[in-house]
Design a protein around this ligand. Structure first.
Ligand code: HXC
Length: 257
């Protein structure tokens, strides 16, 4: 049985990392299942994806420490690559991915949520990178993404000192967009996913590509990327539909692609 559950709700979908006894820690099996679950998402039918963890205590409490404890340097590097490949697949996934962080997001847990487009969390969520206390560095992109998402000085403090931050602090520093009660979290994630799904799918995908790829480019090249993606939207069904709905004062829009 897979350690990742997949549920479709209309044109949104939910992936639940489900290894609750180990607080959803990421071992090779979970990483393989996550990879397979992402491959199984029909991105032509699904318009936004939510990733969450099973239970009310933990989103993901990190990479599996038992599995990592006996790795050689070469095996450690390969394990890091395995997670990085899956997380990069999430980051570059054609449709928006929302992390609904329902508790501990430590080490690999913080790293997986940082590969998502949007992060929201429950009020019991705890974020951190405990790796230096285990004798290792973050290995699934934590040193890179945390310093890009929040202030580099704070990222360094969190990583060097292994101090955790709570949900309120995560919101204050921009690591998450919103904090909800535990019961409100998934409905809020679904509401946001449905709001995204109501917009033109080609346009939303192009926005994701423009933002993500543009952030890695000098501004002169980044705005050319936007010009090209902007231009590619014209004469699509959805551009004609969206603008016709505005011009004819029609509320209902039929976006298809
Ligand atoms: C393996 C884990 C785990 C982990 C929790 N468990 N986190 N197993 N790997 N990362 C297991 C525990 O061993 C325990 O199993 C069960 O989950 C419940 O955990 P407890 O510790 O009993 O719960 P609690 O006392 O509430 O403490 C929760 C916790 C603590 C604060 C989250 O579990 C904890 O500190 N976990 C480790 C967090 C961490 O260091 N993560 C970073 C890992 S390094 P049993 O069988 O005893 O019930 C990493 C590197 C990423 O992520 C990059 C790799 C390349």
């Amino acid at each position: 049985m897979s350690t990742v559950l997949y549920e479709v709700k209309g044109n949104i979908a939910i992936l639940t990392i489900s290894r609750e006894k180990a607080l959803n820690a990421l071992n090779s099996e979970v990483l393989n299942d996550l990879d397979a679950a992402l491959d199984a998402v029909d991105v032509n039918a699904i318009r936004a994806l939510i990733i969450t963890g099973a239970g009310k205590k933990s989103f993901v409490a990190g990479a599996d420490i038992g599995e990592m404890s006996t790795l050689t340097p070469e095996e450690g590097e390969a394990f890091g690559k395995k997670g990085n490949d899956v997380f990069r697949k999430i980051e570059t996934f054609p449709i928006p991915v929302i992390a609904a962080v329902n508790g501990f997001a430590l080490g690999g847990g913080n790293e997986i949520c940082m590969s998502c487009d949007i992060r929201i969390c429950s009020d019991n969520a705890i974020f951190g990178q405990p790796e230096a206390g285990l004798g290792i560095t973050p290995g699934f992109g934590g040193t890179q993404r945390l310093a890009r998402i929040i202030a580099p000085g704070l990222a360094k403090e969190i990583i060097y000192s292994t101090k955790n931050i709570d949900a309120a602090k995560a919101k204050e520093v921009g690591l998450v967009n919103e904090v909800y009660t535990q019961d409100e979290l998934l409905p809020a994630a679904e509401k946001l996913a449905n709001k995204i799904a109501k917009n033109a799918p080609i346009a939303v995908r192009a926005c994701k590509k423009a933002i993500n790829e543009g952030l890695d480019l000098p501004m002169d090249e980044a705005i050319v990327l936007e010009e090209k993606l902007f231009g590619s939207c014209f004469k699509t069904h959805d551009q004609i539909e969206g603008m016709d709905a505005f011009l004819t004062k029609r509320k209902e829009k039929n976006f298809i692609n």
